[in-house]
Every structure is written in structure tokens, then in C-alpha cells.
Design a protein around this ligand. Sequence first.
Ligand code: UD1
Length: 362
Amino acid sequence: MKIINVVGARPNFMKIAPLMQEYKKHPEIMAVLVHTGQHYDMNMSESFFRDLEIPEPDYNLGVGSGQHGEQTGKIMIEFEKVCLKEKPDLVLVVGDVNSTIACALVAAKLHIKVAHVEAGLRSGNWKMPEEVNRVVTDRLSDYLFTTSEDAGKNLIKEGIDPEKIHFVGNVMIDTLMIGLEKKSMILKKLKIRPRDYAVLTLHRPETVDDREKLSDVVDALGVLKDRIRIFYAMHPRTKKMLAKFGLLSRIESTVVLLEPMPYVDFIHIVKNAKLVLTDSGGLQEETTILGVPCLTLRNETERPITITEGTNRIVGTSKEKIVAESMRLLSEDTREHSRPELWDGMAAGRIVEIIYNDRKTT
Ligand code: UD1
């Protein structure tokens, strides 16, 4: 059985890593790894392959950055060639980036089965490029692997055949658990002590491409900086937008700016933070497991379980709300939270077993 696995952008790497490890236990499965090259910088891509022990990709499509149509189209053109050559039984895509939708669409048109890991998440915000990618990829998929029961319900509501939906848990958490066992010197290197600082991440186009929202967030950080040191490993998209809106020097005088960080260092800095401010999806899940208070700087989340069971809270992007909620959390000692069902480090094993057993019987 041949499976083509697709990665493209940073959040895909943590999701594919445990699957690539799992395939090794099944000599009957031939796993091909394709990197679309959506992310290409050393610290946005290569360092993750090293940290997460992901094998060298069999193909790198080298598509790089571009407008959505351009980037998605380029991936499709190149990925189709790979599929025609490799003739896989299955194409497995993860997450919700442009590489996910592009490769799922190519496979479906070639009548190759599609598996989507992290299916069924819905923000309800159709202006997010990720939401379009999620909905279309799920519609094209034959195996929909979900991280939570609510995701399965979303899929049923959209008319997806329940037999295609498999609640398996969260591959991000498989990777998190392995990563936490690895050593990191990042706290020492930055000369910080546990719970003495906050971590910020910010990169969603819906926030950072909007001058008013971005400016509000920077203003909020300007108030918070007198209460706690804030570390921000700046995403290249945000850097570009801050420069465009003339906000770069303001943020430079507010937070400690760092380059995008390798995975193991990043989860260690998050694990020891007093507070996380973010617009990322993955970080809402990681803080849930780590028990670190998380404020999501968006108006909604596609991951409601991180609120009902985890440490996450939606605050939007208004300066007053961000400051008020952060101050409240900074004066709290602990936060009650529980571990969502099946976020136990064994999701990849479940996925590979389902795919393999299914192929044996068809
Ligand atoms: C993409 C995903 C987003 C994910 C994020 C994680 C889509 C639609 N979006 O957003 O869901 O959360 O990745 O990072 O797929 N750039 C570099 N070096 C790189 C990659 C990008 O400098 O290695 C710069 C380029 O200027 C590029 C910009 O960042 O134009 C944005 O990159 P892009 O791939 O378009 O999307 P992200 O914003 O990273």
C-alpha cells in the first residue's frame, strides 16, 4: 500500500511527524513524503524536520509564496505530476493550509482516495482562508480523522457520511508529548525564569493584514509590558505587515522580538510561560494540555474544546479587552483544566490502523 503524505507550512510538520514514525511499524506501507515548499525558510521549515525527526522529503515542489490562487495553483500543477508518477493508493493531508486543499483536490480528481487529518474544525468565519480550505478538503475526503466529538458533529451537519468520520484524537499532542521529553536550553539562553514572562504569537491574515486590529494589539502590548515581559518569535508575514503599517518600531520597544523558533525550544518557552497571547490554532491546543492560560486574539475559534476543557479564552483584538483579561489572568494562580478525550499521544497509531485495516478489507 502506497500513501503520499503532504506537508507545506509550519503547522503541518508537527502533524505529519508522528505518522511518519508510525508507518515504520508497518513494512507493508510505503510512505512517500511530499513537501510543497509553501514554507521554505530555515527557521519556518528545515529546523522542524531536524527537531521532529521527519525524514527528508521524497519530493520538494518548491512552490514558495504567492497570492492564494497562484500558490494553490502552482502546488496543484506540481503535485499532479507526482501523483501520476507514484500512483498512490491514498493521499494524506493535514490541517488547513493552502497545500492541504491543493493536494486533496488533485487526488480527488485523479480518483485517488484522500485522508484528512484534523477534519471537521469550523470557525464559521468564511473570510479566513483556512476555513475555505477546511470545508473543501473535508468534502473531498474519504477518511475524515477528527480531534474532537464536536468536529464530527460539524461534518454530519454538512452531510458527510458518518462512516467516513473517525474520532482518533490529536496528532499535535502526540508530537507535543515527545517534544517535552527533549532537552531545551531556551530559558537559560533568554535568561528567564518559569512564570516570569508571557509568550505572544501573531500571524493570521485576518488580524495582521488589518491595520486597525494590528495597531490595537500593539497598543495593548504597550500597556502589558509594564506588568510582564513579553516574548514574540515574529512570523515573517507579521513582520512584513508591521513594516507596511509603520508599527515596527512601536512593537520593538514593547516586546522582546525573536526569530521564529525551533519546535522544542518553542514548546519549552510556552510550557513555562505565565500567559500565552495568540491567534494560532495549534497553540490553543498545546496550552490546553500544558495547563498554561491562553488568550486567543480572535473573535471565534474552530477549536471550542480548548475553551470548554482547556485553558483558552477568546478575547478578540480590542485593546481594552486584551489588557483587562490579561491582567486578570496574571493575578490568578492556577487554572482548572482537563485533558480532552483521546489527546493521549496515540492518535497517529489509531489513524494508521484504520487506514490499513480498511484497505485490507476492500
Ligand atoms: C500559512 C497558513 C496558515 C498557517 C501559517 C503558519 C494558508 C492559507 N495559511 O500562513 O493557516 O497558520 O502558514 O505559519 O495556507 N514567508 C517567509 N518565509 C517562509 C514562508 C513565508 O518569509 O518560509 C513569508 C512570505 O513573505 C509570505 C508570507 O510569509 O508571503 C506568508 O506566507 P504564506 O505561506 O502565504 O502564509 P502564512 O501567513 O505563513
